[in-house]
Ligand binder design. Sequence first.
Ligand code: FAD
Ligand code: SF4
Length: 512
Amino acid sequence: MNKVRRLCLVLGDQLSFDLASLQGLNTERDAVLLVEVMEEASHVPHHPQKITLVFSAMRHFAKALQQRGVQVRYVTLDDPQNTGSVPSELRRWQSLMQPDELHLNECGDWRLEQSLKDSGLSIQWHADTRFLCSRTEFACWAEGKKQLRMEFFYREMRRKSGLLINGDGTPVGGSWNFDAENRKALPKRVIAPLPARFSADSITQEVLALVGKHFAHHYGSLDSFDYPVTHADAQALWEYFLDYGLAAFGDYQDAMASDEPFLFHARISAALNIGLLDMRQLCSDVEAAYWSGSIALNAAEGFIRQLIGWREYVRGIYWLKMPDYANSNFFGNSRPLPGFYWTGETKMNCMRQAIGQSLEHAYAHHIQRLMVTGNFALLAGIAPSQICNWYLAIYMDAYDWVELPNTLAMVMHADGGYLGSKPYCASGQYIKRMSDYCRNCEYKVSESTTVDACPFNSLYWHFLMRHSDLLYGNQRMGMVYKNLQRMPDSKQQALWQRGEALLAKLDAGESL
Ligand code: FAD
Ligand code: SF4
């Protein structure tokens, strides 16, 4: 085997030609290595569609690099020489190719980056320039702050990027945030666009067969895979959203509807997180759509905030706080994850819808993740590590840097309020307001303490009562605790008992 000057390892979530580690490649003397490894595909039971996306996109990316004249070494999962982990493969290829230098972009997972750092290999690390805010820049911004707030970070990112900023540095429209306009339920007359679907080419078909063979025991359907696996198809998905989804994105961002898995959401996160789309380009396309007059400011600002606000913010917190962050458990929760999270077999229609579509498409939109499956886990006191692993496994876009802070902190409030000022807890009334789920549910959302009362109602009050020592002093919870205090003792007791009965059912391994 030819000796090379530089060997660049590209991980499955780094499929971008613009990676810092790939700049200045010499096609004669340098090579790129991509490896499909069992450890990454199975450290949690990843949804089979997610494994398909990553392996197929890696194979397409390798082909595209070769078409640009780059020397590529590619190790498939079933290659008999495959040693099964990223560090062991890198070691094997180092001894085969004897490169002068090993190059690698920062990882998206603390566990993997640490194992590479511990491997004894001499690696030249590159910052992940796909993000607007580097790890160091975020650490500087966070320094000395006891609690962080996304809104202030987001304003910094708006100023830095110049997105929707007037010449004098003020925000376009006179306000940084138009979220108050983005909380509408879906009226009956509004129809969401049909989802864009992409058929499997021969490479994807081979991967589907491989995944079917090795990962059939993981939860989730493989048959419905229709996601883009190339840069060109990801771009087509994005343009479809620009044409048919973006204008209504702001208004119905928080809406939920039966048998409507995608509504006006872009469905781009899985492609974006592995490098098939570029965040800066997405933001500038959205800004251009606003200036062209085709979308309103609340849609443009709302979308840009998700990307340069929330997405960058959670990544910053992840790298600032790991590895201890993963063990945070503010409420001391220990309840195991109910089995119905893996099957969708529950009488709660909202949970059945959110989990069902997650198994079917490896996708749920933000409010389903936050206010349905997440809210239930928070109210039921599920152990944070178990619910985090579920989110990491089930969603096609889930990588530790983005899944962990969203689940552990935003949903479970397990960091005690470092990321967000209060828990996103809600009763069934919120779900009723934002969806049509309750109309077709066996439980009654208008009831709280009867045997067929909506479980979210009593669990909500049970959560507030059992954690009043930790939450009572939180200013943003003042109103709900006042409401609790106004309730007659008998009502409080009935809510507590109904909550206890539901939790006892979960502890007995029963579904709700
Ligand atoms: P849209 O609703 O169309 O939003 C546009 C884009 O904004 C998304 O593609 C995403 O890149 C970005 N975005 C929006 N909110 C967030 C956020 N809170 N954090 C980071 N990016 C955001 N997103 C992931 O990419 N991977 C995850 O593993 C993940 N886990 C989550 C777990 C929980 C418990 C919660 C509440 C949210 C999680 N999110 C995660 C954020 C968000 O739910 C998804 O990014 C979004 O649903 C993806 O669908 P979309 O592309 O249609 O997004
Ligand atoms: Fe969900 Fe309760 Fe509504 Fe049923 S009644 S769909 S459990 S919120």
